[in-house]
Structures are given as C-alpha cells and as structure tokens.
Design a protein around this ligand. Structure first.
Ligand SMILES: CC(C)(COP(=O)(O)OP(=O)(O)OC[C@H]1O[C@@H](n2cnc3c(N)ncnc32)[C@H](O)[C@@H]1OP(=O)(O)O)[C@@H](O)C(=O)NCCC(=O)NCCS
Length: 150
C-alpha cells in the first residue's frame, strides 16, 4: 500500500468512496466538483492502483485546520489505514504551521483513540457554521466535534 497526495485523476474514485458512506448516512456528501476544487487537500492510500482510503485537510483559520472526508473502503477497515491517513494529515498541518486540528465526525471513538478530545461545537469559529447551516442535516446532524492540539 502507498500513501500519497491526490491527483486530479483520483477525484472520481475519491468521490465514489465518499458517496458509499454518505449514502449510508455515515459522512457528508461532497460533490465531484468540490473534490476537484480541493484536490490539493486530499491524501489517498492506494493498493494495486486502486484507491482504498482518502482524507482531506482544510485550513480554516491562522492556526486551525479541519479533517474532512476521511473514508476507508469497507473491505480494508481495521488495518490501521484510517490512522495512517490522520497521521499524514497531522504532518501536513504541522508543515503548514497549523497545530490545531478539528473534525466533525459520526465516529468519535476512532478520533479519541488518535488523541482527539471532544469539544462543544460552539467552541468552533463562526465561519465553520456557515457550512453547517447549509447542510440538510442542520441543526441535528449528530456529529461530534473533536479537537487535536500538537
Ligand atoms: C472510521 C474509519 C475512518 C476508521 O478507519 P480504519 O482504517 O478502520 O481505522 P484504524 O484501523 O486505523 O483504527 C484505529 C483505531 O480506531 C479504532 N476504530 C476504527 N474505527 C472505529 C469506529 N468506527 N469506532 C470506534 N473505534 C474505531 C480501531 O479499532 C483502532 O483501535 P486500536 O488502535 O485500539 O486498535 C473507517 O471505518 C471509515 O471510513 N468509516 C466510515 C466513514 C467515517 O466514519 N469517517 C470518519 C470521519 S467523518
């Protein structure tokens, strides 16, 4: 398996992976267009030229970034791939000079195991809410807010 930054040619496979979980209510949808526009934010794990996991780091503020669209193909869960992606995104944040990372997730235990702590959503900056209010699940999405500080 190989972990690397994404290329535009990966966008359709990334989209399929996210859609699988989004259609099961486990994460939020991302349009293919949004994936193209944010392709530099993505890292992927590939095996035999097929993408088996993805995740993105989106810088929100001077010292705050968000992990988005973390997904591991259902046939590959439980092998440490999710952890590898988060660690790569943490390294990317560090290299960008950002040492706080938050995530809104339906799988909080996974992130707690990686050192994130649960925080009240109200602690997150106002601009985060602009995405939330445009989401069809707002205001009762059931996602947990978590923060990691390096
Ligand atoms: C959540 C997800 C990313 C985990 O990926 P993974 O590759 O299976 O996770 P890992 O194998 O790296 O697991 C790391 C640790 O977290 C635990 N873990 C993994 N998924 C978990 C979950 N859903 N709930 C609780 N613990 C979980 C593992 O048991 C492991 O614990 P250990 O270190 O004590 O052995 C993956 O299941 C997934 O894509 N889920 C659907 C989408 C999703 O929920 N994304 C989250 C962000 S919105």
């Amino acid at each position: 398996m190989n972990i690397r930054t994404a290329k535009v040619t990966d966008a359709k496979e990334i989209h399929e992976l996210i859609e699988f979980y989004a259609n099961n209510g486990k994460m939020l949808h991302r349009s293919l267009n949004t994936i193209y526009e944010t392709i530099q934010e993505f890292v992927i794990v590939e095996r035999d030229c097929k993408i088996v996991a993805c995740g993105a780091l989106h810088v929100s503020l001077e010292n705050l970034a968000e992990i988005k669209s973390l997904a591991v193909n259902k046939d590959f869960v439980g092998r440490g791939i999710g952890r590898n992606i988060v660690e790569k995104l943490q390294l990317n944040a560090k290299n960008l000079g950002v040492n706080k990372i938050f995530v809104l997730s339906f799988s909080p235990i996974f992130f707690i195991k990686l050192g994130f702590v649960i925080i009240p959503k109200e602690m997150l900056p106002y601009k985060i809410w602009t995405e939330c209010v445009n989401c069809h699940l707002f205001p009762n999405c059931g996602e947990t807010s978590l923060l990691f500080s390096m």
